[in-house]
Design a protein around this ligand. Structure first.
Ligand SMILES: [Zn+2]
Length: 198
């Protein structure tokens, strides 16, 4: 039976995505054995980001600066915008290093079941960015799930009439696939073979 403090730490870690109670306990034990090295490093890193993390007011990315490093990078192609559901998808796509434009994070996907409506996502902000001009291409990089595709379809409709080229990730993405779980080669291929919407 572990102490209350260790139990508290284990149950806090167990809430992390991909970790259950059992892995959390193993992680705690691993950390306790490396008090002076790994544990200290993790604590320092957590404290370091705790106060610095901000949501980018332009694209919705999470970074330690606002606008985020991607929006602030002058080498990024301003005429190309990639729309993703979540920050994790942005990070996954950016790891693939094939897309040189900027991003727009929706903050989720439309879902009748979960009661997520267009106004719950940053769709209005996306339309405002497009209305602002200077964007030639919009890549709809929603997940290959039913809700992801419904969201892409809805956005494509809202963007009708704007002088932008709408593309979407190539099919060949596994159905039901969440971008974040795909390897970078698959993602890069889906981006490279992106095709017009409709
Ligand atoms: Zn940004």
């Amino acid at each position: 039976m572990a102490s209350q403090e260790i139990e508290t730490l284990a149950s806090a870690l167990a809430r992390l995505p991909g970790l259950g109670p059992r892995s959390a306990r193993r992680a705690v034990l691993w950390l306790v054995k490396r008090r002076e090295t790994a544990l200290r490093q993790i604590v320092d890193a957590l404290i370091e980001v705790q106060d610095k993390l901000v949501e980018c007011p332009v694209c919705g990315n999470v970074d330690t600066q606002a606008p985020c490093g991607i929006c602030a990078d002058p080498r990024r192609d301003q005429r190309s915008l990639c729309v993703v559901e979540d920050v994790a998808d942005l990070w996954a796509l950016d790891r693939a290093k094939l897309f040189t434009g900027r991003y727009h994070v929706l903050g989720g996907r439309l879902s009748a079941m979960d009661g997520v409506r267009p106004e719950d996502l940053t769709i209005a902000a996306l339309l405002a960015r497009v209305e602002g001009g200077g964007i030639d291409e919009i890549v709809l990089a929603m997940n290959a799930t039913l809700e992801g595709q419904t969201t892409a379809h809805y956005i494509a409709e809202r963007l009708e009439g704007f002088p932008v080229r709408l593309t979407q990730l190539a099919h060949g993405l596994p159905v039901g696939g969440e971008l974040d779980y795909l390897d970078e080669g698959t993602l890069a291929q889906a981006l490279r073979a992106r095709r017009p919407v409709g």
